[in-house]
Design a protein around this ligand. Structure first.
Ligand SMILES: [Zn+2]
Length: 138
């Protein structure tokens, strides 16, 4: 049987799909696999929001019944704390970027025509440079 190469929906590179995969979408690149997993998980959550709410509530109840668990866990796993801190910094950074893009996309009022958006929205664009973006955990 001749195997045909198909384009990856994320990076557009051609790849040989696994013969057991009925509907190949993503190549084996870890970044594409991560995106494929995240997207299918999001689909799953969107299909049934109630199950997510139920699980969140069950998790909350478990934490209520086991106070101090997370504090102990963090003490025992400093690498988790460090990883979580990096992820949170990244989320904050990306939220700032999105916010600044939204603000920059708004039209200036007539009276402020000479004011540059950067000054008006009071966002330091240098801090949004990709160089300052916290990296994803290795
Ligand atoms: Zn890919």
């Amino acid at each position: 049987m001749i195997r045909k190469r198909v384009p990856c929906v994320y990076c557009r590179r051609l790849f040989y799909p696994n013969s057991r995969c009925r509907n190949p979408k993503a190549c084996s690149d870890p970044e594409c696999q991560r995106r494929r997993r995240n997207s299918s998980h999001k689909q799953w959550r969107d299909d049934d929001p109630q199950i997510c709410a139920d699980r969140r509530e069950a998790s909350r109840e478990w934490r209520r019944n086991n106070p101090g668990h997370m504090q102990k866990y963090r003490k025992k796993h400093p690498e988790y704390v460090e990883d979580n801190r990096r992820k949170q910094q990244r989320r904050r950074f990306l939220r700032r970027v999105v916010k600044s893009i939204v603000i920059a996309a708004q039209p200036l009022e007539k009276s402020n025509e000479f004011v540059r958006p950067r000054m008006r929205c009071n966002i330091n664009l240098h801090s949004l440079s990709p160089r300052n973006c916290p990296t994803r955990a290795p």
